[in-house]
Design a protein around this ligand. Structure first.
Ligand code: FAD
Ligand code: DLZ
Ligand code: SF4
Length: 524
């Protein structure tokens, strides 16, 4: 009998493709398909991921494999500890091809450029047809984004977002106008955290036997990676992820909008959904989540500013950064428009700094493998921008430390959104802010060693002089930017003595930054 008739189709499913109706599984019959899942060393070690991130991915992969088997699929699952582990996706597909002699390989395009490069070599490597399918879990394909981007001078998220609203029909009136009359209610989503913040706690999921086994494996093999496993409570199955989503819609969506930009010491989740890990793994469908949010608005259970804000994050930002990533890779990895070369300070890993805001964000990152958006952007990111930290070291840090971090979503946020390393393709101006912003949007400053109202010298919040140091050193580039230019008249009016005080104070801060020891993010 020719091989085509008796051999199966091999369907490799990557660690962030844990979706039952993944394009490569969809429409296949169980008796002539082998689903291949691979725990591989290269993925686990190309950066030294936070321990919770590895545990989450392996546990979710193992649960997904078990779920597929229960549903009657043949799953070939390669464990990390398999003595013959080939270390790479390509190596494991080669081994599986020997085991199963497939008549074809069918795979969904990878989330990350690095992995996709490897997959694109498969047709030449294997002696059967290789079909690489579009990842239809995204609303906009890579090609659609490219088309949208091609003839535009500026690629603003807001314009793309409106296209996505029209495409999905979310929060749209029948006449093509946005529900409520406005496309974007971000102005209403900046309530400072005043008074008692009573955010309900998100559900944490008790590790089961599979997760405990994985946690032990991670402790054994990756025990010296950054982060703690003590608080591990991420959803690792679709059922758990749905329970987490239920809790968000019932208890937190209502105030999600108001407090989207708020920060409170020791309050790590506030009204955020905490669903990014599940969405990025493929356990939850972002479009379904948006539809649920829209239904909550229609049923009068959540206000428009919350619902629009949530939908904008998912069909706006999330889709936009993914398109942006593929449009500008691989250059995005090495962009450094602001010529920033300062090494990442050690306190990004240890949290040992007198800056109370930074210390709290690093603590949450270490304990939870999570920090919420405004902490990533306006505290950790803002400091990296103002201090002129090396983009590649900052990128590595963000990729390592967050359980939801995959390069396609991390890199545009880091290189383009926080560091302006792309020279302004994503953001119309750098997200630079002094201590005032953090003071307004958080309770951090009240008990900090520094004061946001002291601008220079003794006791000054480091963000204050660093802000002016940043503006001063990038004047040539930024002065002509209409959204920033007028800041320079304030600077010029200060007079030379005040300016010198700012610059000297900033230099003092910069001189105290101790570079991170080698080996936190890469290497042993
Ligand atoms: P919520 O605040 O509840 O938001 C809802 C959802 O919107 C999120 O789950 C996420 O899927 C999506 N979302 C919101 N903002 C963004 C954004 N800027 N880009 C893409 N999706 C977004 N998100 C990641 O998933 N992985 C990352 O590696 C990542 N790195 C980031 C790095 C920096 C410097 C910044 C500023 C943001 C980064 N984000 C990243 C975006 C955002 O911080 C997280 O998605 C969010 O904090 C996850 O928590 P949540 O699920 O409670 O989000
Ligand atoms: C992040 C990660 C890790 C740590 N380990 C694995 C793994 O062993 N096997 C796997 O399939 N995926 C892993 N991942 C996620 C991959 O890096 C992810 O699938 C890529 O982003 C795909 O582009
Ligand atoms: Fe952060 Fe400055 Fe506020 Fe201290 S004073 S918490 S360093 S913003």
């Amino acid at each position: 009998m020719p091989r085509e008739n008796r051999s199966p189709v091999l369907v490799p499913v990557l660690g962030d493709q844990l979706t039952r109706d993944l394009a490569s599984i969809w429409g296949r019959t169980k008796d002539d398909t082998v689903i291949l899942m691979m725990e591989v060393w290269d993925e686990a070690t190309y950066v030294r991921h936070h321990k919770q991130k590895i545990a989450l991915i392996f546990s979710a992969m193992r649960h997904f494999a078990a779920e597929l088997r229960d549903a009657g699929w043949q799953v070939d699952y390669v464990r990390l500890t398999d003595p013959d582990n080939a270390h790479s996706f390509t190596g494991e597909v080669a081994r599986a091809a020997e085991r199963h002699e497939p008549r074809a390989i069918r795979v969904v395009e990878a989330g990350e450029w690095r992995v996709q490069q490897a997959i694109e070599e498969w047709p030449d490597k294997f002696d059967c047809p290789v079909e690489i399918l579009t990842d239809d879990r995204f609303i906009s394909s890579i090609g659609e984004f490219r088309e949208w981007a091609e003839d535009r001078k500026t690629l603003r998220m807001e314009h793309f977002y409106r296209e996505m609203r029209r495409k999905t029909g979310l929060l749209m009136e029948p006449d093509g106008k946005p529900v409520g009359g406005e496309w974007n209610y971000d102005q209403q989503n900046r309530k400072p955290p005043k008074g008692e913040m009573d955010a309900p706690e998100r559900p944490l999921f008790e590790p089961d036997a599979i997760t405990n086994e994985v946690i032990a494996l991670v402790e054994e093999k990756f025990g010296d990676h950054f982060g703690s496993l003590d608080n591990f409570g991420w959803p690792v199955t679709r059922e758990e992820a749905e329970l987490a989503a239920d809790a968000f819609f019932e208890e937190r969506l209502g105030k999600f909008g108001d407090y989207q930009d708020a920060m409170v010491h020791g309050e790590d989740d506030l009204w955020h959904s905490m669903l990014s890990t599940s969405i990025n793994l493929g356990l939850l469908d972002p479009l379904e989540l948006c539809q649920r949010a829209e239904a909550a608005f229609k049923d009068g259970k959540a206000p428009l500013n919350s619902v629009e804000g949530f939908i904008r994050q998912l069909i706006g930002w999330r889709e936009y950064v993914r398109g942006f990533y593929w449009h500008f890779m691989p250059g995005l990895q090495t962009d450094n428009a602001l010529d920033a070369h300062r090494p990442l300070p050690e306190f990004y890993w240890t949290g040992e700094t007198e800056m109370r805001c930074m210390a709290d964000c690093v603590r949450s990152t270490r304990d939870n493998a999570h920090a919420h958006h405004i902490q990533r952007l306006m505290v950790l990111g803002n400091f990296a921008l103002l201090a002129g930290l090396d983009p590649q070291q900052v990128q590595d840090w963000y990729l390592v430390v967050y359980a939801d971090a995959y390069e396609w979503v991390e890199l545009p946020n880091v290189a383009a959104m926080i560091l302006y390393a792309d020279g302004g393709k994503l953001a119309s101006k750098p997200y630079a802010a002094s201590g005032n912003y953090i003071n307004k949007m958080s309770d951090y400053c009240k008990e900090c060693t520094y004061s946001p109202s002291i601008k220079t010298c003794e006791g000054a919040c480091p963000f204050n002089p660093l802000y002016w140091h940043f503006m001063h050193r990038h004047r040539d580039r930024l002065e002509s930017n209409p959204r920033i230019g007028r800041i320079y008249s304030t600077w010029d009016r200060m007079g030379e003595q005040k300016q010198a005080e700012y610059l000297d104070s900033a230099q003092e801060v910069l001189d105290t930054l101790e570079p991170a020891g080698k080996g936190w993010a890469r290497g042993q």
